[in-house]
Design a protein around this ligand. Sequence first.
Ligand code: MOS
Length: 705
Amino acid sequence: MANIGQGIDRVDGRLKVIGRAHYAAEFTVPDVVHAVLVQSTIGAGAITGFDLAAAQKMPGVLAIITPDNAPKLHTQGGAQQTVRAPLLQDRDIHYNGQHVAVVVAETLEQADAAGALVRVQYRRDEPITSMDAVLDQAYAPKNFRNGERSPDSRRGDPDAAFDGAAVKVDATYITPIEHHNPMEPHATIARWDGNRLTVWTATQGISGAQQTLAGLFGIDKADVHVICPYVGGGFGCKGNTWPPATLAAMAAKVVGKPVKLALTRAQMFTSNGYRPRTVQKLRFAADDQGHLVSMRHDGFSQMSQPVLGEFAEPVGLATEMLYACPNVAVTHRLVATNASLPTYMRAPGLSSGDFALESAIDELAVALKQDPLEFRLRNYTEQEPHLNRPFASKVLRECYRQGADAFGWSRRSHEPRAMRDGNILIGWGMATSTYPTHRMPASVHVRVAANGTALVQVGTQDIGTGTYTVMSQIAADELGIPVERIQFELGDSAFPHAPVSGGSMTVASVGPAVKAACEAVRAKLQGDAGVPVPELLVRGNTPFVEATSEAKPGEEEKRYAMHAFGAQFAEVRIDADLGEIRVSRFVGAFDAGRVMNAKTARSQLIGGIVYGLGMALLEETHVDGETGRIVNANIAEYLVPVNADVPDIQTIIVPNDELTSNPLGAKGIGELPMVGVAAAVANAVYHATGVRVRKVPIRIEDLLV
Ligand code: MOS
């Protein structure tokens, strides 16, 4: 009974379709009242006073919480190390849209109406609204990758090698601010029972939320109960515990009733992070045979004011490890602006960084007059060159081959502007993808009954990716029980601990713990491996058996480099007169390790490629240069791909049965497929038009040269 790998339907699919899957804002909590956020209308400065008289007179108003009366939080502890976001603890304004007050009323409409009447007086400073103006004030991150490594790395002597090289590219690439825009906006219902806090909140990490809220309110972790059975997408913006969750709990404390606080779509642009703008300076060089001799990647990413925390977009990570090259230097710098704190967004660092890296590689291939795929194969590395370790596995060569075959790459003309269909210029471009294989410790509880059912519980999350389904498949195989008879529960901090659902690591982290707990159950019964566990219970006349097990990474993490890989191929069709760009075909071939569910995996791959198409051609958050206000804080003017933007997408999963990385052999599939898409499209645009666009999103006007 091999369930793993089968493309079975989502076990929670029916509940979602009939509306019975309850998301954070949808829980029925008796006596709940409603909170709305009031936001600053200036980009920098301080609050000098409030006029609350009109708002306070409005019907239904229970409280107006401002920095003048807000309960003091324990902000000095470890809980807020990454997000020291504004929590009404002082009158300083660091960005336009910062929360300055919370209005609580009996109904949402009453809270909204009162909130609109809150008047705030300010002392205005001049906001820094663009990183480009202050690039010379860049500084090194203090806590890069949680302090696990330096923001800079170097091997060999890249500058000398560059100076002496035959063929060079020296160029700057720019990526914009992007916002995640999951379908479900962030929402929290908070209820206090004495000193115990319960929150129903939309989060990618219930244990992080538990720890952060406990720290801020100065209570025991065990006294914070976080519930989150379903998440309507996160893409990174629900990874940290952002101010709205804390402010909901604060409001509930102030009014002594449960409080619901749901963000508006516009507030999704100011209240839970974004992908920061990057400016990346690359200097790459090759010898006349097409061997890379020097790679320098200096990355600048836009930040908030440092007082709000720190987030550095790790744009150089792929440059360090993707190709064989003896001389490589990578730096990461931050540029403070008056904006909210940036955060992880699908394939953080890798997607922005890979756009620059794989564009520059294409430019070098063009300069060398080599086929871009040939050039990459010439610089292929079997050894991870930064850590100087073998890869646990790497079937990227096979991704290149299968992707190129499916796409028809060998029929590509070398020269740009050489492939036409009437007035339409056709371009073919490709790029490499990679994403690290992460894993963290996780624990799982399993209880199997003699009636043939099993209950599996773990404090993980399903952010729409299929955790319920895939974990049920793993348990079913281990226990010898049909998938339908597995009751899989997650999203409750009362369950055993699991890591944040980020970094594409849920299957690799939680899957082995499910497996371990099932094995522990079986070991207790001392039965033959092939016999279903319920049958062992019947034989032994035992009503049930249960076990809790932890699984965690081991020595393999020190011996091997672990990455997923992919090869992305794009065809664009561009109107020669108008410059209109359409992506007409896309092929992605991936080394994602072992696939748990063919259907959810394919959905992830397609979704990631679509996300990448958004980066290539559409997505960009615009900030008003005068006020620092986001001007397209809605999904009408923040463009995301719709059906008409998405071509036929072919996804290929290249078999890889390696089990060194983790016991399930899963390399992570959530972020990998978006990496390289923007570069593949940009390279195709060059091939179609001869115009090299070094920024995304690529617009019609970029081609009018
Ligand atoms: Mo992801 S950006 O690690 O949720």
